[in-house]
Design a protein around this ligand. Structure first.
Ligand code: IPM
Ligand code: MN
Length: 349
C-alpha cells in the first residue's frame, strides 16, 4: 500500500514519527508492507521555497492509497496560507466530504465529567467537510478602516448536505448503531439550515429502523456535557462539527487522544489527529502521540485492514489503562516512549 505522509509543523512532526513507528510494528507483526513517501509540505518548506503545495500536489496525492497528516500551523506564517492550501485545499480538491471523528472514552479517569463510564462516551461525529463557512466565499470592503465590512458566506448545497447526512445513516445502519442526531441552527439560519431540515426529513423516512433526532447545535453542546450517553451518531455542518469535536475530544481526555479521517468513500482519503501543531511544545518529547496513532488505525481500517486497526486500538487502550502515556493523561512517558510502548504491545500481540 502506498501512503503519503505529511508530518507538517510543530508537534505534527513529533507525533507522526510515532505513528510511523506503529505502522512499522504492524508491518512486522502482520506481514504487511507500507510503501511510505514523506512529503515536506510545511511552514518551513513554504518559508524556504515560497511553495505551499506544488502545482501538481493534489493530483500527486490522488495517486496514493491514503494520506497521513501530522498538523499544520506556524506563527511565522501569519495568514496560515500553507495550512489552508495543504489541509483545507486537500479536503476540497479531493472532495473529502466526510470528516469522521469518533469520540470514544478509553478509560473513565480521563473523562472530565463526574461518574462516567467508558460506555457513556462512545459516539461518532460526521462533520460536513467541503462546504459551509469554510468555502472562502466573501470578502472585505474598506479593510483596515473604521468602515470595514467583512462578509463570509455559508454555502449549503442539496448534494453536499444529502451526501453527508446519508453517510451518517448508512454508517449507523452498517455498524449496528441505532440513533442518528442531526444538529443545525435552523431556528436562526432559516434559509441555509432549512435545507438541512428538508434533507434530514427526506432521509430519515428511508431508514425507519434508525431513531432520527434533531437538535439545535447549542442544545446539543449542552446535552453533550450533561449526558453524552444519549449520543450515538451525530451529523452536522463544517463549522459546528469543528467546534463540537473539540468538545468531544475533551470528553475523551483531551485533544491528544482524538483521531479523525477526511473521507471520500472509495477514494484516496486523509487521516489526521484532531489537535493542532502546538508550536511551543514542538520537539520537546511531550506531545501525546495517541491521537496520531489512532488516526493511523482509522486509516488502516479504511484500507480494509480491520485486524491491524483493532490491534492498534487495543494497544493504545492498553497503554492508557496501564498509565503508560504522556503527562496530561496521567503518565510519565515522553512522546517517543509512548510510541515505543504501543509499538512493542503490537509486536507482542
Ligand atoms: C480541524 C482544525 C482545522 C479546521 C483548522 C486547522 C483550519 O481545527 O481540523 O479541526 O478548522 O478544520
Ligand atoms: Mn478543529
Amino acid at each position: 500500500m502506498r501512503l503519503a505522509v505529511i508530518p507538517g509543523d510543530g508537534i505534527g512532526v513529533d507525533v507522526t514519527a510515532e505513528a510511523l513507528k506503529v505502522l512499522r510494528a504492524v508491518e512486522e507483526g502482520f506481514g504487511r508492507r507500507f510503501d511510505i513517501e514523506m512529503l515536506p509540505w510545511s511552514a518551513d518548506h513554504f518559508l524556504k521555497t515560497g511553495e505551499t503545495i506544488p502545482a501538481n500536489g493534489y493530483a500527486m496525492l490522488r495517486e496514493f492509497d491514503a494520506i497521513f497528516i501530522g498538523a499544520l500551523g506556524d506563527p511565522r506564517v501569519a495568514d496560515n496560507r500553507h495550512a489552508r492550501d495543504i489541509l483545507l485545499g486537500t479536503r476540497f480538491e479531493l472532495d473529502l466530504y466526510v470528516n469522521y471523528r469518533p469520540v470514544k472514552l478509553l478509560h473513565e479517569r480521563l473523562c472530565p465529567l463526574k461518574n462516567r463510564s467508558i460506555a457513556d462516551v462512545n459516539f461518532v461525529v460526521f462533520r460536513e467537510n467541503t462546504e459551509g463557512l469554510y468555502v472562502g466565499i466573501g470578502g472585505r470592503f474598506k479593510a483596515g478602516t473604521v468602515d470595514e465590512v467583512a462578509i463570509q458566506e455559508e454555502m449549503n448545497t442539496y448534494k453536499g448536505v444529502h451526501r453527508i447526512v446519508k453517510h451518517a445513516f448508512d454508517f449507523a445502519h452498517s455498524t449496528g448503531r441505532t440513533r442518528v442526531c442531526m444538529a443545525d441552527k435552523s431556528n436562526a439560519m432559516t434559509d441555509g439550515h432549512a435545507l438541512w431540515q428538508r434533507v434530514f426529513a427526506e432521509l430519515k423516512s428511508q431508514y425507519p429502523q434508525i431513531e432520527a433526532r434533531h437538535l439545535y447545535i447549542d442544545a446539543l453542546a449542552l446535552l453533550m456535557i450533561q449526558d453524552p450517553s444519549q449520543f450515538d451518531v451525530i451529523v452536522t455542518n463544517n463549522l459546528f462539527g469543528d467546534i463540537i469535536t473539540d468538545l468531544g475530544a475533551a470528553l475523551q481526555g483531551g485533544l491528544g487522544l482524538a483521531a479523525s479521517g477526511n473521507l471520500h468513500p472509495g477514494r484516496t482519503s486523509m487521516f489526521e489527529p484532531v489537535h493542532g501543531s502546538a508550536p511551543p511544545l514542538a520537539g520537546k518529547n511531550v506531545a501525546n502521540p495517541m491521537g496520531a496513532i489512532l488516526s493511523a488505525a482509522l486509516m488502516l481500517e479504511y484500507l480494509g485492514l480491520a485486524k491491524e486497526a483493532a490491534a492498534i486500538e487495543a494497544a493504545v487502550r492498553g497503554a492508557v489503562v496501564a498509565g503508560q502515556g504522556t503527562k496530561e493523561i496521567g503518565g510519565a512517558l515522553g512522546t517517543r516512549e509512548t510510541g515505543d510502548y504501543i509499538a512493542r504491545t503490537i509486536q507482542e500481540l
